[in-house]
Design a protein around this ligand. Structure first.
Ligand code: CP
Length: 320
């Protein structure tokens, strides 16, 4: 029988694409987090640049909206001294019917070294990776409801920064888990890093059936779900991926699953509150929590730059 090779790794087990955290060895994950730690100080320098990707052309291809991921990838690539090209998809020939693979073929003819791909269709970055020349690398910046590996990695960096060790932690992931690529990437990363307990908290309509098989304790009651938690990861309602009414109303959702100061008081007193953004105040999170002293939502964004620098520079053979 033919051995199924992980398309993200070369024969030496080195990273050539980043498509998903699922199947990434622990050493690769830890190496990225450690490298990110060394890049954090670059952000504080007067000249915020290192020459690792000088002369490389990195194409940002965002077929779906983004504020944090697109911008921090651009900053990260520039801090590594790469040339960054942001394709404006709405004004590109995609609008004239050009296929994804034809777009990739044409950008490859412009000597692209790396594609950062966000797409509404799960699996689109895999398709791109399969059709690229061997020297071209692909990073998944979020595909459908499947995976958002760099968000997963920056979430792990944030948890490690504030909590140091993963093995004693209880992490609660709350809200619209069924449509969340972030939840899936976080669960794979937390499992690989040996977290003690992962809880998935939400109404039956928003918690996927396979969560228990992933080793997650499912809680439909918010009080039970966040009691004693060390880390709370809130998720927004991803209305753009919902077909039909999955909830009575946003107000009802907030009453049952919105994180308020009263509910947060049930968690560990040192619990941190995370959110991948964009946040919807008064829907999944109260403003007093989002802006409160336990919130690490904005540090997550800052760490995202160093983590994305680490991912890009850890790709085998890319660095000068
Ligand atoms: N967390 C995240 O993916 O945010 P953006 O959609 O703004 O990139």
């Amino acid at each position: 029988m033919l051995e199924q090779r992980n398309p993200q790794l070369n024969r030496n087990g080195e990273l050539i694409h980043l498509l998903s955290i699922d199947g990434l060895p622990r050493e690769v994950l830890v190496q990225i987090l450690d490298t990110a730690g060394t890049f954090l100080s670059v952000n504080d320098r007067e000249v915020k640049k290192v020459p690792l990707l000088r002369g490389k052309s990195i194409f940002n291809l965002f077929f779906e909206n983004s504020t944090r991921t697109r911008t921090t990838f651009e900053i990260a690539a520039k801090r590594l001294s790469a040339d960054v090209i942001n394709l404006d998809i709405a004004r590109s020939s995609t609008a004239k019917g050009e296929s994804l693979l034809d777009t990739i073929a044409n950008l490859s003819a412009m000597h692209a070294d790396m594609f950062i791909v966000r797409h509404g269709e799960s699996g689109a970055p895999y398709l791109v990776a399969r059709h690229c020349a061997p020297h071209v690398h692909v990073i998944n910046a979020g595909d459908g409801r499947h995976a958002h590996p760099t968000q997963g990695l920056l979430d792990m960096y944030t948890i490690r920064h504030f909590k140091r060790d993963f093995t004693n932690l209880t992490v609660a992931i709350v809200g619209d888990i069924v449509h969340s690529r972030v939840a899936r990437s976080d669960i794979h990363a937390l499992t690989t890093l040996g977290v003690a307990e992962i809880r998935g908290v939400g109404p039956k309509t928003l918690v996927p059936g396979d969560l228990r098989e992933m080793g997650v304790r499912v809680c439909h009651d918010m009080t039970e779900g966040i009691r004693g938690a060390d880390v709370i990861i809130m998720l927004r309602l991803q209305n753009e991926r919902m077909s039909g009414a999955m909830l009575p109303s946003a107000g009802e959702f907030f009453k049952s699953y919105g994180l308020t100061p009263e509910k947060l008081a049930l968690a560990h007193p040192d619990a941190i509150v995370m959110h991948p953004g964009p946040i919807n105040r008064g829907v999944e999170i109260h403003s007093d929590v989002a802006d409160g002293k336990q919130s690490v939502i904005l540090p997550q964004v800052t760490f995202g730059i160093a983590v994305r620098m680490a991912v890009m520079s850890n790709i085998a053979g890319i660095s000068a």
